[in-house]
Design a protein around this ligand. Structure first.
Ligand code: ADP
Length: 252
């Protein structure tokens, strides 16, 4: 997919990435919980120039009814890109790509949720990309985990997703758009940071065994740092709510 300015000649110049980051540095990341008023839980993430909002509804009645599972909740994930999220208007509605990302979101998140605690219900996760600049599947998973926790759904752990890749022969973390479009490889991973359990691993491009190993390791290290941002987002929301309630009590 062509970037706004076409292919850069090199992705790494004088040992630095075009945006000045170190090879193992992820993009500046902001996570906020509780951003969609009408949802049961929600979160937004800004990772570099990628921006995504996730809303969670449920556990609620299953619709269509035939999807009801007597043993556990049915987890539904829907990834969507806003028409204005890409330089050229992105075609609204489902595409092969959005269907694939919806499925991998579900695969990455399901192991972290105690689905068996919510039999005969449905949990809906909607991820809306408002600005797409690489790494949207990972950012959507990271934000969705926060939104699920914000909805009060019982979880084994949060899930963090992050990708490593290869550009100009170097292993790099968290690609930006030119690195993603013109780099040689891409390996997104979803991790439950507390246990180190990997719930998703995709790979695109050619890599040596050593490169794969390095990518797995640096994804795990980064996931622990992003985990802290997720937990802080949840704490911030609850301390804000608590002080609001305390204010209510004092005023009433
Ligand atoms: P991810 O966003 O998870 O890296 P892809 O590898 O499929 O997923 O896409 C890489 C990037 O390409 C996206 O993050 C986005 O910036 C860009 N992109 C994807 N689809 C479109 C589209 N329809 N129009 C323009 N850019 C797109």
């Amino acid at each position: 997919m062509g970037g706004k300015f076409g292919a850069p000649e090199k992705l790494i110049v004088n040992g630095k990435r075009l945006d000045g980051r170190k090879f193992d540095e992820f993009r500046p990341t902001v996570i906020k919980a509780g951003v969609v008023q009408n949802a049961d839980g929600s979160a937004m993430i800004i990772q570099g120039e990628t921006k995504i909002t996730v809303a969670v509804y449920g556990p609620r009645e299953v619709f269509p009814k035939h999807l009801t599972d007597a043993a556990k909740a049915y987890l539904s994930c829907k990834y969507d890109m806003a028409a204005f999220s890409t330089p050229e208007r992105s075609r609204p509605g489902a595409s092969r790509r959005s269907t694939e990302i919806s499925k991998i979101m579900r695969d990455a998140l399901a192991p972290a949720i105690f689905l068996e605690k919510y039999p005969k219900t449905k949990i809906d996760v909607y991820a809306e990309v408002t600005n797409a600049n690489a790494g949207t599947r990972c950012a959507a998973i990271t934000a969705a985990a926060v939104a699920l926790a914000d909805a009060g759904i019982e979880m084994r752990d949060l899930v963090v997703a992050i990708a490593s890749g290869k550009a100009d022969g170097k292993v790099i973390l968290d690609m930006n758009e030119p690195e993603d479009n013109y780099g040689e490889a891409d390996m997104p991973m979803a991790i439950m940071p507390r246990t180190g359990e990997i719930t998703l691993l995709q790979m695109d491009g050619e890599l040596t065994k050593e490169e794969v190993q390095k990518m797995i390791e640096q994804n795990i290290v980064a996931s622990r740092e992003i985990y802290e941002l997720q937990k802080k987002a949840l704490q911030d929301k609850y301390s804000a709510e608590k002080s609001m309630h305390m204010g209510d009590e004092q005023n009433g």
